[in-house]
Design a protein around this ligand. Structure first.
Ligand code: ADP
Ligand code: ADP
Length: 225
């Protein structure tokens, strides 16, 4: 019963319909990528799932439980933004542990989670640095680490690689694929980059004009005329 269910999701901004009825089931552990032209509603759909936007109609279930009106902080999700959103005055370690301290998790457990994430993301030698002393790729890995330590039911990624240069984008993409193989979490990922979609996705959802236009594995979509 794990995963995510979207039923009849609609989102209007004033008189403009941005999502026009999205039905989608995502299985536990699946890596799903949303693609489509700029303005098609990818970010809005991700923000609706995250609880950062309310829906105009429809319902959302996580692990079978209705969360349509549940606050973002109570949905058990973690989101990684394009812009990293790290705290500049905190070290890498503090950036990764801050939210866990607020959640009341025991110190030893926090230390274990941060160490594990840092090892996975090759950040162990940088834990005492501040974000300003890191490269763009390292900063994005800290943002990913901050999501991992929360141990979320679902990871949400909003164009997480688009601020990186081409070389780093390829390297970080490979790390994300390895990460998914290692921790096996449900991942929902927005990008306008076809290569990212093809290499990362179990399934690709092509949005157009606020509707699902196509859906399938990379191979199915690639072979479709
Ligand atoms: P994408 O991520 O696919 O580029 P978005 O979800 O960001 O698309 O936006 C879809 C449409 O919704 C766009 O036309 C955008 O201008 C509009 N939109 C997004 N957020 C808002 C908002 N807060 N208020 C009004 N319109 C919005
Ligand atoms: P993205 O890079 O994800 O497509 P945008 O740069 O289009 O995002 O939008 C940045 C922010 O502005 C988002 O929070 C989005 O919801 C909001 N936004 C986008 N379009 C509009 C709009 N037409 N009116 C109001 N807010 C908007």
């Amino acid at each position: 019963m794990a995963g995510l269910e979207l039923r009849g999701i609609r989102k209007d901004y004033g008189s403009t319909a941005v999502l026009k009825g999205i039905d989608l089931s995502i299985a536990d552990g699946e890596f799903v990528v949303f693609v489509g032209p700029s303005g098609c509603g990818k970010s809005t759909l991700l923000r609706v799932i995250a609880g950062l936007e309310t829906v105009t109609a429809g319902d959302i279930r996580i692990d079978g439980a209705e969360v349509t009106r549940t606050a973002a902080s109570d949905r058990g999700l973690a989101m990684v933004f394009q812009s990293y959103a790290l705290y500049p005055h905190m070290t890498v370690h503090q950036n990764m542990s801050f939210a866990l301290e607020n959640m009341g998790i025991a110190k030893a457990e926090i230390a274990a989670r941060v160490d594990r994430a840092a090892r996975m993301l090759r950040l162990t030698d940088y834990l005492q640095r501040r974000p300003a002393a890191l490269s763009g790729g390292q900063r994005q890995r800290v943002a990913i680490g901050r999501a991992i330590v929360r141990d979320p039911k679902i990871f949400l990624f909003d164009e997480p690689l688009s601020n990186l240069d081409a070389e780093l984008r390829v390297a970080t993409r490979k790390e994300l694929a390895a990460l998914h193989a290692e921790i096996g979490g449900t991942m929902i990922y927005v990008t306008h980059d076809q290569v990212e979609a093809m290499t990362l996705a179990d399934r690709i959802v092509v949005l157009n004009g606020g509707r699902i236009e196509q859906i399938g594995t990379p191979l199915e979509l690639y072979n479709r005329p």
